[in-house]
Design a protein around this ligand. Structure first.
Ligand SMILES: NC(=O)c1ccc[n+]([C@@H]2O[C@H](COP(=O)([O-])OP(=O)(O)OC[C@H]3O[C@@H](n4cnc5c(N)ncnc54)[C@H](OP(=O)(O)O)[C@@H]3O)[C@@H](O)[C@H]2O)c1
Length: 266
């Protein structure tokens, strides 16, 4: 049986774009997210158009046992995963105190713990097979603190650091690990993150999910350990590393408020 690509958060947005692109390359797929109906409809679409084998595992990755259950299910069916895309993630816009700690707990479980656990489980198999690839979807929010979406930015900084560290541990092996750091991308992310003023982002210039996936796969295949899709985003990421923090922090607070129409009280 040909090896699988397992994509978390595959029901929409970047995850669905990864699924379409990889299916067009004839990869067998395992699709993970909570929305079973969306996954089944995507499976039907991909199987019809590309004739690939698609498995659906509906799971809530905030659940402490989710990663282990997904891995166990793959073992039980003999689905060998040679590409893991840790893509599922959520944000929460607004001042830190606006939301209860339980919201942040779920976000950290999803964005951080699920990705670490899945990486641990599937990387061990990849080491045994002496081959494999992992893409962890971080964000440009990983490069500096992100006021008004503070916990989200911190989870993405974690993912970037974690991904590059284990990428270095895998140098000299046949295993590649990439941290994908997209800027604003046209998906359901902003609505899901509770952004009140959605009209500000409707007209904003954003990359398409397909362009981000394209950049990610090119970078993975050329052996990069991190990629920022889009030249404007790369310029911004470089500049934010050059500006001293004491200037950068108030600037990024104002930029995030303006870009997303957030008032201080939100
Ligand atoms: N869009 C952007 O501007 C942007 C920029 C940088 C980075 N990113 C990152 O890109 C990744 C994908 O986001 P997106 O932009 O494609 O957003 P999206 O359209 O909102 O998709 C998020 C995906 O995550 C899944 N998900 C959410 N909660 C989950 C849970 N508890 N368990 C399992 N799956 C869950 C969702 O599926 P269900 O609801 O069906 O569970 C959905 O498939 C995220 O990690 C995000 O942080 C996005």
């Amino acid at each position: 049986m040909s090896p699988y690509a397992l994509i978390t958060g595959a029901s929409r947005g970047l995850g669905a774009a990864f699924a379409h692109r990889l299916a067009s390359e004839k990869r067998s797929l395992i699709l993970v997210a909570r929305s079973q109906e969306l996954l089944v409809s995507l499976k039907t679409d991909l199987a019809e158009h590309h004739g690939v084998s698609v498995q659906v595992l509906a799971a809530d990755l905030t659940h402490p046992d989710a990663a282990r259950s997904i891995h166990a299910e793959c073992m039980r069916h003999g689905w060998r995963v040679s590409l893991l895309v840790n893509n599922a993630g959520i944000g929460r816009f607004g001042a830190f105190l606006q939301h209860p700690p339980s919201d942040y707990d779920g976000m950290i479980r999803l964005n951080v713990l699920a990705a670490v656990e899945l990486t641990h489980l599937f990387l061990a198999d990849m080491r045994q097979a002496s081959h494999g690839e992992i893409i962890n979807v971080a964000s440009m929010a990983a490069f500096q603190p992100t006021p008004y979406i503070a916990v989200y930015g911190a989870t993405k900084a974690f993912l970037l650091s974690f991904s590059e560290a284990i990428a270095a541990e895998c140098f000299g092996t046949n295993i590649r690990i990439l941290a994908l750091c997209p800027g604003a991308t046209r998906t359901n992310f902003f609505k899901a993150a509770g952004l009140q003023n959605l009209s500000v982002i409707e007209s904003a210039p954003m990359q398409s999910a397909e362009a981000v996936v394209d950049a990610a796969l090119k970078a993975l295949r050329s052996g990069q350990t991190r990629v920022v899709p889009g030249w404007k985003n790369r310029v911004m990421a470089t500049l934010s590393g050059l500006v001293p923090r004491r200037w950068n922090l108030p600037l990024s607070a104002r930029a995030i408020q303006q870009a997303f129409g957030i008032t201080s009280r939100e």
